[in-house]
Write a protein that binds this ligand. Structure first.
Ligand code: FES
Ligand SMILES: [Fe+2]
Length: 480
């Protein structure tokens, strides 16, 4: 079915309208190496068309409340398991003024301690640090804890007859491991991570086998916008034609697919190797293919400018080309990976701070956190996850590179320049959006019913937690 044949029906019920071009599912259905069921399914639910209130992005009081209502109740991505491979390895994860020592206490067990001495409160490890410990000793008066959290020593115990050392274990946040990620949750009453994600999305995330990837590059930067604006800039492909015009000739944008799963997970699938519906009639299949071969044969090992065969689509040719290229580049066996998983841009949000792009061509993780000192600033990180080589030898995870506030992503060592430019385009609008929301006479954001459903779904989760009473960690309940 071509673009013109599909009609937009204005009488459809709210949320039912779709881009009249070929759908994501119809594109994927034509692939040679067929995709699994969880790719070939849809899960959209109309969630209303009301404006999203602006205050959540611009009001410092709202940001303050988020710390005690939202961040104290949700499962957050703290680090990768590969950051703490051995017993005693630790990684300090900070969220606002909260801070945790995430440490491996045995081969299969990871704990997350509130990063504060139980004497007079000094942080046991400085924020932003990692390393290996045989004990966690306070630098002020020398109280110390074993790696398993039990109290090891109190200096001058004769002066603390009121301190029962068995009770002075380091308080813990909850920890769950999934796909090589370490998640923490401060709420002893929260559902398990599995229930929080829900069975359908959990099956997707397990299927991507992200535990078999390693962090090949890790780049971070601070942005002058609220953390929610930062994350929402990546939740739709609606912006592609305006923000990234250079990728539109080879990217299905307006016909991307959007799904929501329960309260905390949403995704999109944006197809690659097909032209944007905005450019139908202006770009040929050969033009699409040329985008990836740069019009020369270098990607294919020489032999003249690669031409599509008679009747061959750019997507078909790219699936073959990408499979060979990635198998070689990663020394990995990708023969069973479907064309869609190989080519397409899959993105998942796991509320509130984790964003997964698990596909093979764009294997990334984003993490978003509020800046503790400024509600209109956020900390963004991108981690590139490459498949672990066939020989099973896992390379060391890359050290994070933190860019300065005005640095371009293209300046990060190891960053693909084309991708760095896309990141810059994505983030250039953020400050304008933050300031615009503060300047606006209109106190709400108007969203598309379909293409911006992930933004609405995300904000619905924000609303759910903000409607709850404040809940600060309670050290008695945080005792193991
Ligand atoms: S504050 Fe930690 S030992 Fe005194
Ligand atoms: Fe973008």
């Amino acid at each position: 079915m071509n673009y013109q044949d599909r009609k937009t029906d204005k009488d459809l019920k709210a949320g039912a309208a779709r881009c009249p071009a070929i759908s994501t599912q119809d594109i994927i259905a034509q692939d040679k190496v067929q995709a699994p069921g969880w790719v070939r399914s849809e899960s959209y639910e109309y969630l209303g068309s009301e404006d999203i209130d602006t205050a959540r992005y611009i009001d410092p009081a709202f940001a303050k409340e988020e710390y005690d209502r939202l961040w104290t109740r949700t499962w957050q991505f703290a680090c990768r398991e590969e950051n703490i491979p051995g017993v005693g390895d630790y990684y300090v994860y900070d969220l606002g003024s909260y801070s945790f020592i995430v440490t491996r206490v045995s081969k299969d067990e990871v704990k997350a301690y509130y990063n504060a001495c139980l004497h007079r409160g000094t942080k046991l490890r400085a924020s932003g640090t990692d390393g290996t410990a045989s004990e966690f000793k306070c630098s002020f008066h020398g109280w110390s804890w074993n790696v398993d959290g039990s109290n090891k020593s109190v200096t001058c115990p004769w002066d603390f007859p009121h301190v029962n050392r068995d009770e002075y274990k380091l308080p813990e946040a909850r920890v769950a491991l999934l796909g090589g990620f370490v998640f923490i949750n401060m709420d002893p009453d929260a559902p398990s991570l599995e229930d929080y994600i829900g069975p359908e999305a959990l099956a997707h995330i397990k299927a991507w086998k992200l535990e078999d990837r390693y962090v090949a590059l890790h780049v971070g930067r601070r942005f002058q916008c609220n953390w929610k604006l930062n994350i929402e800039a990546f939740q739709e492909a609606y912006h592609v034609i305006q923000t990234h015009p250079q990728v539109a000739p080879s990217n299905g944008d307006a016909n991307s697919q959007y799904d929501t799963y329960g309260e905390h997970v949403n995704r999109f699938i944006s197809t690659l190797g097909v032209v944007s519906p905005h450019l139908y009639g202006k770009v040929s299949e050969q033009d699409v293919f040329d985008q990836f071969t740069l019009g020369d044969s270098s990607a294919l090992g020489g032999g003249g400018k690669p031409q599509l065969k008679e009747g061959e689509t750019a997507r078909e040719a790219m699936a073959v080309m990408f499979r060979g290229m990635f198998e070689q580049a990663f020394n990995a066996d990708l023969s069973k990976v479907s064309d869609s998983e190989l080519l397409d841009c899959f993105s998942y949000t796991i509320f509130p701070n984790l964003f997964l792009f698990p596909g093979i061509s764009l294997p990334m993780v984003y993490r978003f956190r509020p800046d503790p000192k400024d509600h209109r600033a956020s900390i963004f990180e991108v981690l590139f996850l490459r498949p672990v080589p066939k020989d099973g030898k896992r390379p060391e995870p890359a050290e994070p590179i933190m860019l300065g506030d005005n640095q371009s992503f293209t300046e990060a060592e190891g960053m693909d320049p084309g991708f760095g430019a896309i990141m810059d385009q994505d983030t250039e609008n953020l400050f304008l959006q933050q300031e615009g929301l503060e300047a606006s006479a209109k106190h709400g954001l108007t969203l598309g019913d379909y293409q911006e459903i992930r933004v609405r779904h995300f904000e619905k989760a924000v609303d759910k937690y903000m409607a709850m009473p404040p809940k600060r960690p309670d050290w008695k309940r945080a005792q193991p």
